[in-house]
Design a protein around this ligand. Sequence first.
Ligand code: AMP
Length: 449
Amino acid sequence: MKKTEKKQGGFRAPKGMQDLMGKDFYNYQGLCEKASEIAEDYGFKPISTPILEETGVFTSGVGTGTDIVEKEMYSLKTKSGTQLSMRPEGTAPIMRAYIEHGMQTLPQPVMLYYYGNFYRHERPQKGRLREFRQFGLETLGSDKSIGDAIIIKIAMTILEEAGIKNLSLHINSIGDRFCRNTYKKDLVNYYKKNSGEICRDCAKRIKTNPLRVLDCKDPKCQEIKAGAPQSVSYLCDACKQHFKEVLEYLESLGIEYKINHNLVRGLDYYTRTVFEFITKVPSEENGSGQNDPTKEGEKKEPEMIEIALGGGGRYNQLARALGNKKDIPAAGVGLGLDRIIMCKDFKPIMPRSLKKPKFYFIQLGFEAKLQSLRIIEILRKARIGVMHSLNKDSLSAQLATVEKLKIPYAIILGQKEVIEKTVIIRNMEDRSQDEVKVEDLGKYIKKLK
Ligand code: AMP
């Protein structure tokens, strides 16, 4: 078959990428709306950056020794020869935008939130897609520990509002460029001493990205990992104080945490605080979460595995890696929306556009129909959701729909009301009615709400 020919049976979405529709679409939309609302309540403002960035944003920012840059980026060269990549993560593009638009001149910190699609060419499996969705928060321009704490608190609130239970916050500090260097050296020396007992990947990692050895899941490395030096023992006074303050904020907010000495998050830009939100889900083999009967009467418990629903940290060095003359202290988090929605406890949040309206608009006669769209527009401008069926003509058919949908108020516009520039508001429960001037409609209804 020639490459340009259609495949038998038609085309399919690329491997590891999914069409989002029906319930899944609404779950995503509702969750993004809720997360945005929470972020706005905390004073964060929205930003949307391009899906394509110059490749350097990621190679310089995230780092060439990281998996997402080294192995997983979708990259292309434009006709004019510019090397672009599809964003594998959201933080480096936001720092790029902060520098490009001179946001240093704004009151600091600049607090931004975003959501959208990200791309990593990974092996697709449950909870691991090649196109996935994230909601993220970044606070840029402040090195204060309260920034780290706010990010964690908001992310936690979003996860809780989404119904997620059994959530555990893992946290660690990997120090800054100075104290981490000594730590890295000691870690590499320790692994070199034990090179006979580590897996091939770790042997590579100690050369390219040593901290990643602490992520290794290979059973062969577990004993060595358990005895490895811990980053917190190497923190300089300033980093130690910062970490202590972050933990104090969490305690005062009543957020439980677990210090995880193996948590490093592997991207070059992290400094000081790193954290992840972990939950447990049934493993892929018994991904349905249902017990599978082995022998009669005996049920096998599904094996539970830990997955990260989100992660983040402080990244004071990223700006300089992107070519800025000075460091710009910042902290952020990215939440994996596909994984949150996949969780058993996920509580769907109804998108605003689907919320059941309190008002149903009824029109009678041609003149009223002519005026209908004007009145619906008045209501829409006043942000009052209203249902209608403009193709119906009879009062009884329209009232029957209102009853059936259990909508509390009907707004009725007949011939007489058109002439008098009024509408009737009918309370469907006690059947009382009010005549209201069209110009006062918005105000009247707001009072009712
Ligand atoms: P990261 O910054 O890479 O830890 O990503 C933040 C969060 O995004 C993770 O904790 C996951 O919940 C989610 N995530 C990362 N990669 C993927 C992927 N390939 N598929 C689905 N979700 C992902």
